[in-house]
Design a protein around this ligand. Structure first.
Ligand SMILES: Cc1cc2nc3c(=O)[nH]c(=O)nc-3n(C[C@H](O)[C@H](O)[C@H](O)COP(=O)(O)OP(=O)(O)OC[C@H]3O[C@@H](n4cnc5c(N)ncnc54)[C@H](O)[C@@H]3O)c2cc1C
Length: 431
């Protein structure tokens, strides 16, 4: 390993374009889920790939086809989520990108962007408490089923294969798998969510846990039932390829009564007394004495060229610290690590990039840094210990103090932009 280990953690060589898989195998292989690291066959990381994907995305037809699953040519989802996850495409830019699309498609798409924004608000406010049932206990099962994701079922096999190989699923199959795992088979939803987060290139605590909470009913009290009916509608012809077609185990609806109400729901769901802290800086907060930073610290949330701190300091090197303890705990699939390595390699074609493996607090202490305030608990814990020039997160709508008990309540109270351009009268949403 050509690495420089020490108090600063391990300084890794910067990955280069074309060598990312080998780089991950060499430097992060001991932290990856699989012994043999492989890239996703379907997604490339990096700003250049994100820009290309965005340029090719046309929202026309989205509302009708976004939920379609199979055959693949029927799908209408944008597949931009891995780039959104790592801040290579921000939500305000995406909101503007669809402005001239057909009204129904544009509005539906913007609704989905608001779900992403809602997930981020919820996570920024609740922190790790998003991992606990929000409003209802999970549905009770007297006996946990013998199978969760039975690969003999063509519908389950299709989705699990795509999750574990490609690292991406349409929203519909995420709901199928989550429902099958928890609502029907009675397995712990948090274990299913962890499996998703290991594999999904867009895997984030915010959207993944909200998705699971919504599907299994802990967020709403109404679990989503998965049955053959959805497969016939969203993947016509798939059942005919299934060995279990004549004795389909999901022919009927699951018994899916919601669990009892959570006894002590988190009071932060109703109101946030520290909304300004949750939202982060509204304008740039300079270093004490107006000192200049000597590097830009990048987080997993914001690896794009448009990162506000990167934009403010075009001549400074960018520094990313891969948190070794966290990665060891998470055991992410190699394809997720390759996606990030591709992003760093691409960035390194335009500016200096330093990569460390170790404890971020140790590596970054003593440096003067500029960084964008990421809306995640890790940032909240670490930022106060560092010398930072802080840049505002590019919110679609700045978090406020109102309820986040449901998407509807949040939307009503947050001043979230309305989805119709005619109603907003503007191409870009309010910040
Ligand atoms: C169980 C489960 C787990 C999920 N895990 C994640 C996750 O880890 N990361 C993630 O980004 N999304 C997650 N989602 C939400 C959604 O499924 C994905 O965002 C979407 O499938 C990504 O594909 P796309 O970019 O083609 O989406 P499109 O349909 O093209 O939507 C555009 C964008 O809107 C946002 N969006 C759409 N639906 C949702 C939603 N329900 N919640 C939040 N944002 C949404 C995403 O940013 C998405 O990229 C999950 C949903 C469920 C039900």
């Amino acid at each position: 390993m050509s690495a420089d280990a020490g108090r600063q953690g391990t300084v890794l060589p910067t990955p280069s374009v074309g060598d990312e898989v080998a780089w991950v195998q060499r430097h992060l292989g001991h932290l990856a889920l699989e012994p043999e690291v492989a890239a996703s066959p379907d997604f490339r990381g990096g700003q250049s790939a994100a820009d290309l994907a965005l340029a090719n995305f046309d929202v026309t037809g989205y509302a009708r086809a976004r939920n379609e699953v199979w055959p693949e040519r029927r799908r209408g989802a944008s597949r931009l989520s891995p780039y959104i996850r790592h801040g290579l495409i921000d939500l305000p830019s995406l909101w503007a990108h669809v402005a001239d699309g057909p009204a129904g498609d544009r509005d539906k798409y913007r609704d989905e962007l608001l779900w992403q924004e809602y997930a981020r608000h919820l996570h920024a406010r609740l922190g790790d408490a998003i991992r606990r049932p929000l409003r209802h206990e999970p549905p009770r099962r007297d006996r946990v089923g013998e199978w969760g994701w039975n690969r003999e079922m063509a519908c389950v096999d299709l989705a699990v294969e795509e999750l574990e190989t490609s690292g991406w699923l349409v929203n519909q199959t995420r709901m199928w798998l989550a429902s099958q795992w928890s609502v029907r088979a009675g397995f712990d939803w948090r274990e299913g969510a962890e499996h998703f987060e290991r594999h999904l290139l867009d895997g984030s605590a915010a959207a993944n846990l909200l998705g699971w909470q919504w599907t299994v009913g802990t967020g709403t009290g109404k679990p989503y039932g998965f049955s053959r009916w959805q497969v016939r509608k969203r993947a016509p012809g798939l059942c005919e390829t299934c060995p279990l077609n004549d004795h389909c185990p999901i022919d009927g609806w699951p018994d899916s009564d919601g669990g009892p109400t959570v006894t002590h729901p988190d009071p932060l769901l109703r109101a946030d007394p520290r909304a300004a802290v949750t939202a982060g800086p509204a304008s740039v907060e300079r270093l004490d004495g107006d000192l200049a930073p000597d590097a830009v610290w990048l987080t997993w949330e914001s690896l794009g060229d448009g990162d506000p701190a990167l934009v403010a300091h075009p001549d400074l090197p960018a520094v990313l610290v891969l948190d070794e303890r966290l990665l060891k705990h998470r055991r992410l699939s190699g394809k997720r690590l390759v996606f990030v390595a591709e992003t760093l390699a691409d960035l390194a074609t335009r500016r200096d990039v330093e990569v460390h493996l170790g404890n971020p607090a140790t590596v970054l202490t003593g440096r003067r840094l500029a960084a964008t305030a990421a809306p995640v608990p890790g940032w909240r814990r670490l930022a106060p210990r560092l010398e930072l020039e802080k840049h505002p997160w590019p919110w679609l709508v700045r978090p406020g103090s109102g309820p986040v008990t449901s998407f509807t309540a949040w939307r009503r109270s947050s001043g979230a932009p309305t989805t119709g351009a005619a109603r907003t009268g503007a191409r870009r949403p309010r910040r």
